[in-house]
Ligand binder design. Sequence first.
Ligand SMILES: CC(=O)SCCNC(=O)CCNC(=O)[C@H](O)C(C)(C)COP(=O)(O)OP(=O)(O)OC[C@H]1O[C@@H](n2cnc3c(N)ncnc32)[C@H](O)[C@@H]1OP(=O)(O)O
Ligand SMILES: O=C([O-])CC(=O)C(=O)O
Length: 371
Amino acid sequence: MTTTKGLEGVVATQSSISSIIDDQLTYVGYRIDDLAENSSFEEVIYLLWNLKLPTKTELDSFKAELASNMELPDAVIEHLRSYNLSTVHPMAALRTAISLLGLYDEEADVMEEAANKQKAIRLQAKIATIVTAFARIRKGKEPIKPKKELGFAANFLFMLNGVEGKDIEVEAVNKALVLHADHELNASTFTARVCVATLSDIYSGVTAAIGALKGPLHGGANERVMAMLTEIGDEDNAIPYIKEKVEQKEKIMGMGHRVYKNGDPRAKHLKHMSKELTKITGQSKWYNMSVKIEDYIKEEKGLPANVDFYSASVYHSLGIDHDLFTPLFAVSRVSGWLAHILEQYSNNRLIRPRAEYIGPKTQDYVAMENR
Ligand SMILES: CC(=O)SCCNC(=O)CCNC(=O)[C@H](O)C(C)(C)COP(=O)(O)OP(=O)(O)OC[C@H]1O[C@@H](n2cnc3c(N)ncnc32)[C@H](O)[C@@H]1OP(=O)(O)O
Ligand SMILES: O=C([O-])CC(=O)C(=O)O
């Protein structure tokens, strides 16, 4: 038996959803650069789930279907109110609330394809409502119901802030959602696929995936990047701070990637947005600091910035609480998880690798009185 630590380089499944080839990312063959510049998040969800771009009529009816499914059961809102609001991390709240949502879906365990597609719509539609409702409840504010006439990105900002976002803010959220939607067999997507390959239900798959995304080596890195920038405080301190961390062999959050060795194609879009938005808010220091860190780590360690690095200063500039950065990632990535879950169901086989045993050789059992 040979083992590969962290399954590096192991090809564990076939998929038609997204690809990373020669450091280029595509969704169903469409280049991420083109999608980031031109598409709405809803269009991307449709693409990931149907493996084709929608016509205008298809997109309009898909958007309407999503918008009409965004409201939460009252019981879920009441449950959110019952959490320990001063300490619970929003990713933990989201993980629990998604699991809870399954209890209010009468079709949760119905495994027919049509039922699973309907559940996918309900989950995608409601996840932004959960994140924003929790964000408001913990600040002593009432959750805000979505507006059917707004798109997904606009509704996220509206439900979070109680006022509609400016065009540039809505565009930034939309682009971030497009960029984070899917990424081949990343850890959380793999988790979702492993879970549903036992023929468990969609809610279990998404709940498991949220748990995996939460970790700092994956989606949880974006919150840590902002914590690092905040700790650095000002531009002049960036290099001395990072130098010390590197000397202490600490990992720099938002840098490095298992697959991309020459650069994450999503990072340049977020970098550009970070530059624009920090200029508008008069806080270019976050962008300038980030550039210094990126250049230093590239030079010293040969590691590129990943998608989490510049998303931190983008979300901060949009006024989003730092611990909501990873939940916002989940609001986007659930589209990819659901696409992969549906794909897994459509051609399923239990996912069950082996472990190379390195423990003690077979031993004779020792009776309690002789130990
Ligand atoms: C959406 C996403 O999930 S993108 C990734 C988000 N995660 C982060 O930003 C966390 C920081 N980055 C990392 O921890 C890693 O680069 C990962 C987890 C993304 C990829 O990890 P792997 O491919 O397993 O690389 P691994 O952790 O084995 O590191 C290989 C070497 O590079 C170093 N390295 C990797 N990333 C970093 C980093 N961010 N800072 C400093 N050193 C790093 C490691 O210390 C290790 O060095 P060594 O060989 O001298 O021990
Ligand atoms: O693919 C990965 O390993 C992590 C990543 O960038 C993502 O999930 O977007």
